[in-house]
Design a protein. Structure first.
Length: 254
């Protein structure tokens, strides 16, 4: 069994597209397949001034912390500090990068696999150090993910593509997120690659699509790498009940 640790740079994730992320799905991912979750840490900020003065903020924040703990995460707080420059401009800072890096390095000796949730390129050296210690490092991010971090990781996966990690708002049936592959621009069709998550692990699937199922006229988005799409999957009776991606829309991941 792969002994796995999960480390979440919560403030970076929150500010870069991951607001509302489901921590229970992270636990499911870490325990899937030939893996067992041993450590799960989330590093986040708390404004102690607001905690004392704003009841709504305090209650909302502490409920959030309780949810994380119920999912099995240890909550490591970094308290917001305020600084005033020579011109009287106040800035705030609550950076937990050092705490995360030190914990990961100290705990890596007991781990085989580390799942790091961040897009911050400052963690590049940490990733390399963990790999040199013999750990497999998998990075998950949403928006504004450092290219160097993606390339250094043993694997990188957009958090948008992990089923359930960031819930999809839908009034109809189930929706999926995926990326276009093998798109033939002359004939206007290709495949959507998406993932399913089960006890066996994360599995890549693919489904046929035609550009006419996309609401826009410009199909260049299917050629450009990195675009994430939302879609439904149906069986098309006119085409021997083949499954097909329909109601395709482009997800804003900028």
């Amino acid at each position: 069994m792969l002994k796995t640790g999960v480390y979440v740079d919560a403030e970076n994730i929150r500010l870069c597209g991951g607001y509302g992320m489901r921590y229970d799905i992270l636990v499911e991912l870490a325990n899937a397949g030939d893996s067992i979750l041993l450590l799960a840490n989330s590093y986040l900020a708390e404004d102690r001034v607001r905690t004392r003065e704003d009841d709504e903020y305090r209650q909302k924040l502490y409920r959030y912390h309780d949810v994380l703990r119920q999912c099995g995460f240890k909550v490591i707080k970094k308290y917001v500090k305020r600084f005033v420059d020579d011109e009287g401009v106040q800035t705030t800072k609550a950076n937990a990068d050092m705490d995360l890096a030190i914990d990961a390095l100290l705990q890596a000796r007991n781990l085989d696999r580390i799942i790091l949730l961040t897009g911050d390129g400052d963690f590049l050296r940490l990733v390399l150090a963990l790999q040199n210690m013999g750990c497999r490092v998998e990075v998950i991010g949403f928006r504004n993910v450092s290219n160097e971090l993606r390339e250094a990781a043993d694997s990188y996966l957009s958090g948008y593509l992990i089923p359930g990690l960031l819930p999809i708002q839908s009034d109809g049936g189930p929706r999926h997120r995926g990326v276009a592959i093998n798109y033939n621009q002359e004939r206007g069709f290709g495949f959507m690659r998406y993932f399913t998550l089960s006890a066996r692990g994360l599995r890549a699937e693919s489904v046929f699509f035609h550009c006419s199922r996309y609401g826009e006229t410009n199909d260049q988005v299917f050629v450009e790498g990195g675009s994430v799409f939302e879609f439904s999957i149906v069986q098309t009776q006119e085409n021997t009940n083949r499954t097909e991606a329909v109601e395709i829309s482009l997800l804003d991941t900028r």
